[in-house]
Design a protein around this ligand. Structure first.
Ligand code: FMN
Length: 395
């Protein structure tokens, strides 16, 4: 089997699939279960000087109509892991959970020790101001954790407060520290650059919002926080997270950890290809339980083996060279059809807004295959991403 262990800022992880701050890391025992489920490292729920008063209800799956197909896909995907990634359902979750409602003293005395008992590296997550981190940082370090992630959910426009917090923590502790960035900032790589010299790694992204979801059966929001607002996570934010990781990885030299919508090994591979050294999972573990960490790790191993790679290093950042500063081209060019791969499913025909695709009977085999009207084709490329067998490709 391919070795997928990674070392980040001197911390050795048996695999690159870590827990993320959230309900699946809410106390020591749950972190032990994550380790049993196959996680490579344990990032704990964010603590602060005051225990949070968490609004209720505070979690909701949006797109309930998609739940059944999600469950079916999950079942199937365990057998055929590729099917889940190919059917792109923008599932998402909203939450208004805040930070830990367990007093930090309990984390110091009990929860981190229980988590450490699992034998994996434990990273504490601490919020939020410079003064709070100056106080909590050394105490958390004394509790024996291997690193500290600091959460910056509420910083939006100006990197100065973030730099202050990073500096305060850097001056207070010796162990590796990681900044976790929010996607709300105008220019995420500028924020990463601003704190680079104080941190040992960058984690991106936190959940996105605030968002609002109304249950049309009741006319009410699903969540019980201020204004019914919630923060979006899960597969719906993965493209945003991948873009943020790519921008950060291109800008800073410190390791980047990707988080946002990882549900499968292929999702994790996408993050590695834009420069991530590891991934974290929150929503996936809420919806599928702690076994997801081990499953994603196994799928990463299988992907690397099946594609002839020896390690994560082999694929780290390989997509970055394909992210051009200017558009590749602006003139239309039809994709090429690989007839032998076409199953005649017609998915591309339905979604071709230019009417350039139709199903025809193949003279030789008699089976239905797609045919391209090159005059009508606008070269938009949608069909190449829709075709489940990759029968349509740009050369
Ligand atoms: C219910 C819930 C609670 C969360 N709590 C925290 C938290 O305490 N601290 C933090 O930094 N991020 C928190 N997050 C954000 C996640 O760690 C993660 O960054 C985000 O959800 C994107 O990853 P995902 O799509 O795998 O969930 C929370 C997310 C959810 C869904």
């Amino acid at each position: 089997m391919v070795d997928i262990s990674v070392e980040i800022a001197g911390i050795k992880f048996r695999n690159p699939v870590l827990t993320a701050a959230g309900p699946p890391s809410r106390n020591g025992q749950v972190l032990v279960e994550a380790a049993r489920g196959g996680a490579g490292g344990l990032v704990a729920k964010t603590i602060s000087v005051e225990a949070a008063k968490v609004p209720r209800p505070n979690m909701a799956l949006i797109d309930r109509g998609e739940l059944l197909s999600f469950m079916l896909l999950t079942l199937h995907s365990r057998l055929v892991s590729v099917s889940r990634s190919m059917v792109k359902i923008p599932r998402g979750m909203l939450n208004t959970e805040l930070w830990s409602d367990i007093p930090y003293q309990q984390w110091l005395e009990k929860e981190y020790k229980i988590a450490k008992g699992a034998g994996l590296p434990v990273i504490a997550s601490v919020g939020y101001t410079a003064d709070e981190l100056r106080k909590l940082g050394p105490e958390v370090e004394k509790a024996g954790v291997d690193g500290i992630e600091f959460s910056t959910h509420y910083i939006e426009y100006d990197p100065k407060p973030l730099v202050e917090v990073a500096k305060a923590l850097r001056e207070s502790v010796e162990i590796p520290i990681f900044v976790k960035l929010s996607p709300h900032v105008v220019n995420i790589e500028m924020f990463a650059k601003a704190v680079e010299k104080y941190v040992d790694g960058v984690v991106a992204i936190n959940s996105l919002g605030p968002c609002l979801y109304i249950d049309v059966e009741t006319g009410k929001p699903l969540l019980g926080g201020k204004n019914g607002y919630g923060w979006l996570s899960g597969p719906a934010i993965k493209p945003l997270a991948v873009r943020c990781v790519a921008d950060i990885a291109r800008t800073v030299k410190k390791p980047v950890i990707g988080v946002g919508g990882v549900m499968s090994g292929r999702d994790a591979i996408e993050f590695f290809m834009v420069g991530a050294s590891a991934v974290q999972i929150c929503t996936g573990a809420i919806l599928e339980g702690p076994k997801i960490y081990g499953q994603v790790a196994k799928e990463i191993q299988e992907f690397l083996k099946n594609h002839g790679y020896d390690s994560i290093e082999d694929i780290k950042g390989i997509a970055l060279k394909y992210l051009p500063e200017k558009p590749l081209r602006t003139h239309p060019k039809p994709p090429k059809l690989y007839e032998e791969l076409c199953k005649g499913c017609g998915l591309c025909v339905t979604s071709c807004v230019y009417g350039a695709l139709k199903l025809v009977e193949d003279a030789k085999s008699g089976k239905l295959i797609v045919s391209i009207d090159e005059k009508k084709c606008d070269g938009c490329g949608l069909c190449t991403s829709i075709c489940p067998t990759r029968a349509l490709k740009f050369e």
